[in-house]
Each structure stands twice: as structure tokens, then as C-alpha cells.
Design a protein around this ligand. Structure first.
Ligand code: R1P
Ligand code: HPA
Length: 357
């Protein structure tokens, strides 16, 4: 069980109910060391329950991730505590939540009067373990709206259950957020898509859901939403239309599409057979995120706008070309190149939301 103490430090209690303090001061150098005895190191730094024994090579961040991963799912009260911590700590009540995709962290850099929270300092928050996901929550002003942006999201393949991956969406809700802007880097399956294009999501195929996995699995807390939420109108049409109009104004309409995204578990990129199958199912772009965040947002009745930056073209035919192999360096490089256009799209859309409210 976890909570946080009055200093905002993470406090864990072990099976015997003994409280342990953790000052969240794990170094950020990502240095790997042979933690031949996890317990010994953790006892030394964090005074944690000595029953856990893991022999492994892990960085300090990964050790913390492992600990957070093994915690219980998040009850309403814990999410409320996290939200209170952010609202009090920033003295702001955000209306729009933004999740920055791989390499798209600069979406948060355009926020003004920003109050930045490192994930590891937020009580009960998971940590980012993926390159291109800085692990910071930024609260501030953007185009006249108070926004909160996650520079770094949580993925299933990092080892977090889906409910934990999308838990920050519920934090957003309890902070007062009405709109979720979810962004991602994705592979283009639709042959008409080019690298650098932006696909506005108007639907998704939930492959993890097909396999029996959902962020809403387990007891339903009606304070968030209903047991059986409908998803047919998940992606807000008005926002899609506004974004298309903005695309025209920016002169990028030829590089903008409206399409269907699918999330696979990763961390492997897809095989040719899988990509062929996805295409036959009507999928236009594929990634390893976003869908569970959208489900969680719709469950608690947030308006959703989401887009994919096409960072690579997915091959759907067999060939020997090395170019056909997706890689994360390429994903981040393309995202970096296109971050200006993505930032502008987000900023202009927020301006319009503000103007019409
Ligand atoms: O969806 P985001 O977080 O943008 O990241 C995408 O990029 C990574 C693969 O390169 C995967 O994590 C995939 O989901
Ligand atoms: O081709 C891809 N597949 C899955 N996830 C991705 N994220 C960026 N590109 C891809």
C-alpha cells in the first residue's frame, strides 16, 4: 500500500503495515549497476521492506519502476491525493491535458509560466523508462488556457498494467481537465501516408482489448464512470474538423489525414503478416500507446482529440530492404523534425477552444 507523507515524499508500507519513507531522490544518470542484492541496495537508500530479493542489473529508475509496478491499482482516493498535490503545487486548475508522444516532448516546452513536476517527485506516480519520454509533468498557460502536459507516457511494454499506464488521465480528470489531447508517434500502414504526415485519429482498433486486456479491468468505481462505457463517438468530431481547418490555414492539409490507429503491446515492431492483417482490418497507423488513455478518458467523460505523427512507413510486403525495419532512433528523429508543426497545431486548436468557451 502506498500514500504520501506531509513532505510529499512517497511513503510505502510493507505487508506488516510499517511505513517506509522514500525521498524520491533517485539519481537520474541512468547508470546501470549490478544490484546483485536488490534488497541490500534498497535497504541502504530507501529503507524498504527486506522481504523482496531480486538479483538483477537495473538502474535506479528501473528499480523504482519495478517497485511502483508491483503496487496495487489506484483507488479513487489515491488519485485524488495525486491531483491535489498537483493543483496545490502549481496553484493552477488545468482545463486541457496533453500527453506528448515519443520525441514530441517539445509540446510542453511552449507552455508559459510553467510549474514542472518530475514524475519521481510526484507521490505514487510511475516513472518513464523510454527514451524520448522525459518524465515530467508541466502545468502552465498555453494560448489562454491552463494546461497540464505529460512529457512522457507509460507503455504496457514497460511492464505497467494498462490501468497504471492510463492512471494519469484520471489524475487529469480530478485536477479539472475537460479535454484530453493525446499524441503519439506511429508507423504508417495506409500506403497513402508519408513520413512526417499527421493523422488525426477518428477511431481505433484495440488489439490489446481483443486479447482481453483493458485499463478498466477490475472493479468499476462509478465516481469515474459506468461499468460498460460506449466508445462509438470517442474522438470529438468538432475538434477533428477544427484541426482540419487549422491544417489548411497552416498549409499542411496535403500532409494531414483522418484515420484509424491501433495499439499493439510492443516493444517489438510488427511483422509483415501482422501489418497486412492490420491493414485488412482498416488500420491506417500503428503504435504502442494512446488507446488505453482514450478509453480511460472517455470512461470519465472527457472530450478527446488525438493524433499520430507518422514517423515511419510500415512495409506490408516482404523484401530484403533494411529500410523496412522500424527503429526508435528514426522515430525520434522524425518527431524532432516535425515538432514545430505539431506544436502549432496543438496551440492553434487550444486557442480556438478558448475562443469558443
Ligand atoms: O506512442 P508513443 O509513446 O509516441 O511511442 C511510440 O514510439 C515507440 C516506438 O518507437 C513506442 O513507444 C510507440 O508507442
Ligand atoms: O511502426 C511502428 N510500430 C509500432 N509503434 C510505432 N511507433 C512508431 N512507429 C511505430
Amino acid at each position: 500500500m502506498t500514500g504520501y507523507n506531509s513532505n510529499g515524499d512517497v511513503a510505502t508500507s510493507n505487508a506488516n503495515g510499517h511505513q517506509n519513507g522514500h525521498n524520491g531522490s533517485s539519481n537520474n544518470n541512468g547508470n546501470r549497476q549490478l544490484t546483485a542484492d536488490y534488497t541490500a541496495q534498497e535497504n541502504h537508500t530507501n529503507n524498504i521492506n527486506s522481504q523482496e530479493k531480486i538479483q538483477c542489473y537495473l538502474s535506479t529508475e528501473e528499480l523504482r519502476a519495478l517497485r511502483v509496478m508491483n503496487e496495487d491499482t489506484y483507488p479513487y482516493e489515491v488519485i485524488q491525493e495525486i491531483a491535489d498535490f498537483i493543483v496545490k503545487g502549481s496553484n493552477m486548475r488545468p482545463k486541457i491535458g496533453i500527453i506528448c508522444g515519443s520525441g514530441l516532448g517539445s509540446l510542453a516546452d511552449i507552455i508559459q509560466d510553467a510549474k514542472v513536476f518530475e514524475y519521481e517527485k510526484i507521490p505514487n506516480f510511475p516513472v518513464s523508462t523510454v527514451e524520448g519520454h522525459a518524465g515530467k509533468l508541466v502545468v502552465g498557460n498555453l494560448e489562454g488556457a491552463v494546461v497540464m502536459a505529460m512529457q512522457g507516457r507509460f507503455h504496457f511494454y514497460e511492464g505497467y498494467p494498462l490501468a497504471k499506464c492510463s492512471m494519469p488521465v484520471r489524475v487529469m480528470k480530478l485536477c479539472g481537465v475537460e479535454y484530453l489531447f493525446a499524441t503519439n508517434a506511429a508507423g504508417g500502414i495506409n500506403p497513402k501516408y508519408s513520413v512526417g504526415d499527421i493523422m488525426l485519429m477518428h477511431d481505433h482498433v484495440n488489439m490489446l482489448g481483443f486479447a482481453g486486456n483493458s485499463p478498466l479491468q477490475g472493479p468499476n468505481d462509478p465516481r469515474f464512470g459506468p461499468r460498460f462505457p460506449a466508445l462509438v463517438n470517442s474522438y470529438n468530431k468538432e475538434l477533428i474538423n477544427k484541426a482540419l481547418e487549422i491544417g489548411k490555414q497552416m498549409g499542411i492539409e496535403a500532409n494531414m489525414h483522418v484515420g484509424v490507429y491501433s495499439c499493439l503491446g510492443g516493444p517489438t515492431y510488427e511483422t509483415i503478416a501482422e501489418l497486412k492483417a492490420l491493414r485488412m482490418m482498416g488500420v491506417d497507423a500503428v503504435g504502442m500507446s494512446t488507446v488505453h488513455e482514450v478509453i480511460t478518458a472517455r470512461h470519465c467523460d472527457m472530450k478527446v482529440f488525438a493524433f499520430s505523427l507518422i514517423t515511419n512507413k510500415c512495409a506490408t510486403e516482404y523484401s530484403d530492404k533494411k529500410d523496412d525495419e522500424a527503429n526508435h532512433d528514426e522515430v525520434m528523429a522524425v518527431a524532432k523534425n516535425r515538432q514545430k508543426a505539431c506544436c502549432e497545431l496543438v496551440a492553434r486548436l487550444i486557442r480556438q477552444i478558448q475562443a469558443s468557451s
